[in-house]
Design a protein around this ligand. Structure first.
Ligand code: FPP
Ligand code: MG
Length: 328
């Protein structure tokens, strides 16, 4: 059995968005995130000992961006409700990645072997289920009905996004709108839920403006993740270049590239091997599509930041959320 307990490390090994925010705020945020870290492990471990695999997944160097969003939206007065929501949101996120790696048969995540790769499909499916159900157990134990409502509909959207991706696999006639809808569901929605769950105000319009912020940075995050899949390098991304293409996942860089090089629409993704995927990545990059998608992601970030003015949060919270948006 692997040792539990890990501290959030705001030192040089922490991911950039984390260090940038930690360096410019008081102790309340690192302290809150350390509590999240502790409760994440306790929540899962409390229901029976974890395998080394499960512990590694829980501690695998995620950026903890979603918990950070919950806490930043809650502000310095963030209490047990916000910590609990942050734990539940991160558990749903981790469950979705463990399941996603089963569906993608992915060998690597965050530079380490996936649970699917190290322990097989059955273990990975069961671990994903365990993380997913623990998220709701944490909220149900506290009788947090509002959070259960928000996260259950979020989980439905995640699954809808994933199903949409499976339905659209290998289909090069996919449109930008199809892509954007899928990314709103599979990524934007959980970022939005993190922001909404953190808020302390009961004003419904604040929920809407915070959700809009989360949706925009989540969508930008996904677009940039999809650019990184094509651009690499593997040392930075922790996964092989062209993985999406090999899985048949049609992303915005490819959709945009087809607009300027229609011959790309003739490629049969189902027959692609690793060398073919690398070649296709180069062809997509040559069209300038990666810069185009990066620019569009940056526009979304700018819109997200501009929208923060009407959230009713105090100036310090806005400044920190802007840093997170820039970190994306
Ligand atoms: C990673 O994105 C995956 C997701 C954002 C969503 C995965 C969702 C499911 C598997 C649905 C069901 C799961 C639950 C728990 C509701 P990506 O595949 O674009 O990125 P990657 O390159 O990191 O794999
Ligand atoms: Mg994936």
């Amino acid at each position: 059995r692997a040792p539990l307990r890990g501290q959030v490390n705001p030192g040089s090994s922490a991911p950039e968005p984390v260090t940038a925010v930690f360096e410019s705020t008081g102790a309340w945020l690192p302290n809150g995130l350390a509590l999240v870290e502790e409760q994440l492990l306790d929540a899962v471990d409390g229901a029976g000992p974890l395998t080394a695999d499960a512990v590694a997944t829980l501690k695998a160097g995620g950026k903890r961006m979603r918990p950070m969003l919950v806490l930043l939206c809650a502000g310095p007065e963030a209490g047990p409700r916000a910590i609990r929501s942050a734990v539940a949101v991160e558990l749903i996120h981790m469950a979705s990645l463990v399941h996603d790696d089963v569906l993608d048969r992915a060998p690597l995540r965050r530079g380490r072997p996936t649970v699917f790769a190290s322990s097989g499909r059955d273990q990975a499916t069961a671990l994903g289920d365990r993380l997913f159900s623990t998220a709701f157990a944490v909220l149900a134990d506290a009788g947090d009905e509002a959070a259960i409502t928000e996260l259950s509909s979020t989980a439905v959207d995640l699954a809808r996004g994933e199903l949409m991706q499976r339905r659209g696999a290998f289909d090069l006639s996919l449109t930008e709108d199809d892509y954007l809808e899928r990314c709103r569901l599979k990524t934007g929605r959980l970022f939005a839920a993190a922001c909404v769950l953190g808020r302390s105000s009961l004003d419904p319009s604040q929920a809407d403006t915070l959700a809009a912020f989360g949706h925009r940075i989540g969508l930008a995050f996904q677009m940039l993740d999809d650019v990184l899949d094509i651009s690499g390098p593997v040392e930075r991304t922790g996964k092989a270049r062209g993985t999406d293409l090999l899985d048949g996942t049609v992303t915005l860089p490819l959709i945009v590239a087809i607009e300027s090089d229609p011959a790309l629409a003739e490629v049969d993704l189902s027959r692609l091997d690793e060398a073919g995927a690398a070649d296709l990545c180069d062809r997509i990059a040559e069209t300038g599509a990666l810069d185009e998608v990066r620019t569009r992601a940056m526009e979304l970030i700018a819109q997200a930041k501009a929208g923060l003015e009407s959230t009713g949060l105090d100036a310090e919270q806005v400044r920190l959320l802007e840093l997170i948006a820039d970190g994306v």
